[in-house]
Structure formats: C-alpha cells, structure tokens
Design a protein around this ligand. Structure first.
Ligand SMILES: [Zn+2]
Ligand SMILES: [Zn+2]
Length: 365
C-alpha cells in the first residue's frame, strides 16, 4: 500500500516518509540497526542509529569510526516527521525492535527476538528470559514485522532450567571421568548465554579468543559472566575438569589438541531436529536458541495487538498461513538475513555446514 510505513526495497526494509532503512543489506545513507549480528549490521552505511546497549559490540564489529547515534530504551527521536524509538528484543546484547510512528500509525520491526518457554508478556511473572540482555518487550502497534527463523510447530524450546541442568550434568560427568567438555555455540550471544547459565562450581571455564572479545563487550555493558581463562592460561592438569566454550569453527582444528581427551557438544535451536547432532558429528546436542520458538512467536505477535503482520526471514509461508487463520492481515517480505549459522563469520570461514532444512528431514514429527 502506498502509505505503508515500511516497504521492501532492493537495499532492505525502507521507511518512505522517514527516508531511512532498517537493517539494510546494501549501503545506504541512514540505517537503523536492530542488533550487531553480521547479517543485520553491515558495513558501509552513512549514518547508523542503534540501541545504547549495542554500541560496544557494533563498534568492535563495524569499526570505531562509524557515524553512530544511540538511543536508550524507549527514547524517542524525530526523523523527518517519523517518531523512532527502540525497545528490547531479548535476542543478544543491545538487540532492539524498532517502533515507528507517523500520522497516528504505529509500525514495529522486530529484528530477531527471543520469547520462549514460560516467558510471560504483559507484566505477568516471567520465567524464561535471556539473562544476558534486556528481555523482549511487547509493543502495541498496527503492523508488526516479525522474524520467523524457527517458525515451524516442531520448534519448542525446553525451559532454560532443564537445559542448563542437562549441560551441567554432562559437564560434571566428564569432569568426573577426567576429560574436558567442549561446548560449541556462536560466539556472539549464544556463548555468553551458555556462560551465564552454567554452574561455575563444577570446574574452570576456558573460552576461545573469539568468545573472549565479545565477553569483554558484555562485561563492559554490565552483564555478569563467570570468571574465564584463555586456553593458554590454564595448567594442563586442570584441563580435565574444564568447560571449553568456543565457536563451531574450532571443530577439527589444531586449537583443540591442548585439551587432550574431551567430549564435545553443540548448542543450537537446530538441535531440536532428529539427526542434527549426528550431522554435526558431536557427542551431545543441546537445544538452545536466541530466537523465539513457535509458541514464542505466536505469543509475541498476538501481544502486539497488530491487525497486520509481515513475516521475514524464516518459514514465511507457514507463519503467514497461521496468522491468516487467526484472522490477521498477513504477508511476507523477502530479505537477505541469514540464520544462526550465517551470523557467525568464523563458522563460515571454517566451512561449517549450514543447518539442516527441517522440511526435508524425514524425522520431523
Ligand atoms: Zn540475530
Ligand atoms: Zn536475523
């Protein structure tokens, strides 16, 4: 429609009255960036607008010299008559939803967000939250632009209490048996959630350099993480009890030699699929995602009160059909955003395989 607040263009999502883009994949003059994952935060834009919490990570990834304006949560800035504000998305440090208001219309673009398990919206007591960033905040709007990375009914995350109990049990059993525990997950976001959730009394924690760089940004932003060591700092005898947190790119690399005997595990939402652990060739798969699961997507979308919903990156067709069944005006935007695997450049560099395509997995039920 000609008066839409956000439209899809070859450069990315675009706000015509405000003349700016949201998470554009091609260089533009004015970009609002929802979060610092590589597929949403690209180099080369003239001006960046992002959340205050994302500043450290954005500058470390895009360069200290980018022209960046930051906003606190809920702070409003006017750009050519469009009132812009940012609201927490609960996905990674600084991840924001973008609220746009123009002539009485309100649109919200979600970026990536995390809502799962017992997470309650509308101020009820909440359970499952991402402990490493501000929790997803539902924002009332006329039109909600939602991600759908895990927008299939098979995706239902375990509670974090049971997830971390499983991880701790696995780590403790390995420590007891005298072998290190290698837990692989993406270095920005996933690694910090793993660190914040495990029980550091089981043994020492070693982190890969790529994880350590991001830990520094998280700690600087006030996110509490347990003490960690570089691989070279820990005496060999203590390696046997260590939890090693590293990006998937270390799999099969010489970096692992120093740890001697170890058990390995991979943490990802894709581990929900039968066969995913085997394809990754690891001992254990832990179902852990920084994206909303199927019930989380549904709850988050309905909480906005939006009568119109536009679905981006993920299983657009399935989500659009469900939304239409709820009586909502639903459509999709084609975007160039990736998924978890593509959000970590080190994973790509190491030639890590893409996540499986769930619709083609015979074990899906
Ligand atoms: Zn992301
Ligand atoms: Zn995304």
């Amino acid at each position: 429609m000609h008066d839409d607040l956000v439209v899809a263009t070859p450069e990315g999502l675009y706000c015509p009255p405000g003349d700016f883009h949201i998470d554009p994949w091609r260089p533009v003059s004015h970009a609002i960036v929802t979060h610092a994952h590589a597929d949403h935060a690209r180099r080369g834009h003239g001006h960046y607008l992002a959340s205050h919490d994302s500043e450290g990570v954005l500058r470390s990834r895009l360069g200290e010299d980018i022209a960046l304006q930051t906003l606190g949560w809920g702070e409003v800035v006017d750009h050519r008559g469009v009132r812009i504000s940012l609201h927490p998305a609960g996905h990674v440090l600084g991840s924001a939803q973008v609220r746009l208001e123009h002539r009485g219309r309100v649109w919200v673009a979600s970026g990536d967000y995390f809502v799962a398990g017992d997470t309650a919206l509308h101020g009820e007591v909440s359970g499952d939250l991402n402990a490493t960033c501000a929790p997803f905040e539902p924002v009332r709007c006329h039109c909600f632009i939602t991600e759908s990375t895990f927008g299939l009914p098979i995706y239902r995350w375990p509670t974090q209490a049971s997830l971390f109990a499983d991880i701790n049990r696995w780590w403790a059993a390995n420590a007891e048996a005298g072998r290190a525990s290698l837990l692989m997950g993406y270095s920005f976001g996933k690694a910090q959630r793993m660190l914040a959730g495990v029980d550091p009394s089981i043994g020492p924690i070693v982190v890969h350099g790529a994880v350590d760089t991001l830990n520094t940004a998280y700690r600087a932003a006030g996110v509490p993480l347990p003490p960690t060591f570089a691989a070279t700092e820990l005496p060999k005898a203590e390696m046997k009890r260590a939890l090693v947190v590293a990006p998937p790119s270390v799999q099969g690399s010489p970096w692992l030699r120093r740890f001697g005997d170890y058990s390995d595990a991979f943490a990802s939402g894709w581990m929900q699929l039968r066969g995913a652990r085997r394809r990754r060739a690891v001992d254990r798969g832990f179902v852990m995602s920084d994206h909303a699961d199927w019930p989380g997507l549904q709850r988050a979308i309905l909480a906005t009160g939006a009568e119109r919903v536009i679905v981006t990156h993920g299983y657009e067709a399935v989500m659009v059909r469900w939304l239409q069944e709820q009586g909502l005006d639903a459509g999709a935007f084609r975007t160039e955003y990736g998924d978890d695997a593509l959000e970590d450049p080190t994973a790509e560099a190491a030639g890590a395989t893409s996540p499986p395509t769930p619709t083609m997995d015979p074990a899906v039920s």
